[in-house]
Design a protein. Structure first.
Length: 205
């Protein structure tokens, strides 16, 4: 599923890894609105690891169902390994959305927990790296970080956007990578295209 009709001055091609989620097509549409070509590949396609690691452009770890903590789930086992490999070896930008964000957070050492009340279509105003953003959540799990963890990550140039009371991590960004727990492609996220463009620009620096 490759992007078409993209001009020669378009940004780098974006590879989206589909974690079996109906939102993936909408996410690809938002990414194409940034002017880039987009290819979508399912997580279980043969040769995906090699394709992702050799991709010349940003890789997006997309949303998908399942418990990211479940080491007995073959899908999660593969995606956890792939995320670790991408963080270590891929140098052309990495963005995680929902499940992809959780996988990235886990690789950074953050705790993943099941939410007491799952968010399925919840619109919230969050502090997004110093400014308010209205975003849509569809999540059963979340990463958490207390003040000490946030300070430790900041020392390694990783910035967290998190809820001050619960410690839930709404977004993160660091050298060459970023993640968002919310769905920027959802109609519940009011400035989703702007957020995506900003995050992609950041991971490509």
């Amino acid at each position: 599923d490759a992007g078409a009709g993209v001009g020669a001055d378009a940004g780098p091609e974006i590879l989206v890894i589909d974690g079996e989620d109906t939102f993936t097509a909408m996410l690809a549409h938002v990414l194409r609105s940034s002017g880039s070509a987009v290819s979508v590949v399912r997580y279980d396609q043969p040769g995906l690891r090699e394709l992702a690691l050799s991709h010349d452009g940003p890789v997006v770890l997309g949303p998908g169902p399942g418990d990211p903590r479940d080491a007995d789930d073959p899908k999660m086992r593969f995606l956890r390994r792939l995320t670790a490999d991408l963080v270590r070896e891929h140098r052309d930008g990495l963005l995680g959305v929902c499940l992809g964000h959780e996988l990235l957070a886990a690789e950074l050492g953050l705790e993943l927990v099941r939410k007491e009340v799952p968010y399925q279509g919840a619109q919230e105003v969050i502090d997004f790296f110093g400014r308010p953003e209205t975003v849509g959540f569809y999540s059963t799990f979340t990463a958490r970080a207390d003040d000490a963890v946030a300070v430790e990550l900041a020392a390694h140039r990783v910035e967290l956007s998190r809820d001050a009371s619960s410690g839930e991590v709404h977004a993160l960004r660091g050298p060459g990578f970023a993640g968002v727990q919310f769905h920027p492609e959802s109609v519940l996220t009011l400035n989703g295209a702007v957020v995506v463009r900003e995050l992609l620009a950041g991971v490509l620096v």
